[in-house]
Design a protein around this ligand. Structure first.
Ligand code: PMP
Length: 454
């Protein structure tokens, strides 16, 4: 094994073609990967192709991938079902802007699967879905303020960049203050936002106090910054929002079709008024959807004429590619496969539980600051000095530094784990992959310890 300090040299030899491409990318792109690595890896790898649980870079290096496109690839890379559906769909025309059956079929599948879904609005990303859901909630409720949880993530529209997981948090931890995360976001948006703390009684009290102003409370049923369950808090949140007449929206962009076929709302038995979906429902195609009860969605049920809708002060949420035939056809094929093969969920959950148990016992035994947080089929190594207890711990300096070192070592050894991000298992990951993942993590942690870096 090599010293951590020597990795840049080793990578520069392993990644010659990637490095050449990085130079080209930096000349023309604002970021070398537009999907945006949460933290850019020190050594940038350009992917050539991917299959199942593996990716290969342009230099021919193979990696066990747990990035899984940040979540959409629930069946793994290039699953035959996805490839076939996409090929057939493309051959029949890529987009129509005329009604077609596949959109209807996909919506029927979602209404059948998701407890809160009476109606579906398709769009092209999770970001669009949460953006539209906010507008729908405001129009339905007649109220303005948007309550979100500190350290959450709903995509980078203006409301998504108020106290998100990109910021370290402002104000008291139990009653955070809303502030803009980057320039270009209007301060007005911060004024119209309320920040709450995950899993915290004070958040419920603040909803009671501000109920006449809050249009919607938006929560990730499991935070994407740290996948941990908070079922009893969700139940309390549902009770309090119902009692206060405030709409509750789940951001199920990650949890949808991943936590369970019916999403986190099925898994935890808590049904919101609205939910945003994306990622897994498209099996890798760019997709988003807002679903909700007839009542919550009443403000967006369209006359079919956006001019008429606007005149009637209905919500307008139209788009050239929304509900397009390729996405909905691939999405429907993936969702039907998940519906017909419930063992996929059992298997992915079991693999996660196994790697969590093994790695956490190992770290405890060796007294290494490492804990694999996770649930269902997603996980995140937490490496702070103290056990993870609060959302703000995501920004613990030692955790950040050690996580980046670990991911760098893992890539050197053939596991692609994105820096400072959750990893995912898919239906394509098997027992051998899980064992390789565990062994590689153990070796990397021991190496870092031996070099006094942990
Ligand atoms: N909500 C959550 C919970 C997410 O994790 C993400 C993406 N990581 C989004 C919304 C935004 O989705 P997209 O990147 O598809 O716009």
């Amino acid at each position: 094994m090599i010293n951590y300090q020597d990795l840049p040299q080793v990578f520069s030899e392993k990644l010659t073609k990637s490095n050449a491409m990085l130079e080209r990318a930096n000349n023309v792109l604002v970021s070398f990967v537009t999907t945006g690595p949460y933290r850019a890896p020190a050594n940038v790898t350009f992917v050539k192709r991917a299959q199942g649980s593996r990716v290969w870079d342009v230099d021919g290096n193979e990696y066990l991938d747990v990035t899984m496109g940040y979540g959409p690839l629930i069946l793994g890379h290039a699953h035959p079902i996805v490839v076939e559906a996409a090929q057939q769909a493309v051959a029949d025309g890529t987009t129509y802007a005329i009604a077609h059956e596949h959109e209807v079929h996909m919506a029927e599948l979602m209404v059948d699967a998701i407890p809160c879904a009476d109606k579906v609005l398709f769009c092209n990303s999770g970001t669009e879905a949460t953006m539209y859901a906010i507008r729908i909630a405001r129009a339905t409720s007649g109220k303005t303020k948007v309550a979100t949880f500190e350290m959450g993530w709903h995509g980078p529209h203006d409301y998504g960049l108020i106290g998100s997981m990109l910021s370290e948090g402002k104000g008291p931890a139990s009653a955070p203050l809303p502030s803009t995360d980057c320039s270009g976001v209007s301060e007005r948006v911060a004024e119209e936002s309320i920040k709450l703390a995950f899993d915290c009684e004070e958040s419920l009290q603040r909803i009671r106090e501000l109920k006449d102003e809050i249009a919607v409370v938006i929560i990730e049923a499991m935070p994407s910054a740290y996948p941990l369950q908070m079922q009893s808090f969700l139940k309390r949140l549902r009770e309090v929002t119902t009692e206060c007449g405030v709409l509750l929206m789940f951001d199920e962009v990650v949890t949808g079709f991943r936590c369970a076929y019916g999403g986190a709302q099925e898994k935890f038995g808590v049904v919101p008024d609205l939910a945003a979906f994306g990622k897994a429902m498209g099996g890798g195609m760019p997709v988003g959807a807002v679903v909700g009860t007839n009542q919550a969605m009443s403000s967006i049920v369209s006359s079919g004429d956006p001019v008429q809708d606007a005149m009637e002060r209905k919500v307008v949420a139209i788009g050239t590619f929304s509900g397009n035939p390729v996405t909905t056809r691939v999405g429907a094929a993936v969702v039907e496969h998940l519906r017909d093969n419930p063992s996929i969920y059992r298997d992915m959950d079991a693999l996660t539980a196994q790697v969590k148990t093994e790695l956490n016992a190992f770290a405890k035994d060796k007294e290494i600051p490492f804990e694999l947080l996770g649930d269902n089929s997603w996980f995140m190594p937490y490496m702070g000095d103290k056990p993870f207890q609060h959302a703000r711990h995501c920004h613990d300096e030692n955790h950040v530094m050690r996580n980046i070192m670990l991911c760098n070592y893992l890539r050197y050894m053939g596991v692609y784990f994105p820096d400072m991000h959750t990893g995912f298992f898919s239906a394509a990951h098997n027992q051998t992959d899980a064992e390789f993942f565990v062994d590689t993590c153990k070796t990397a942690l021991l190496e870092l310890r031996a070099q006094n870096l942990l």
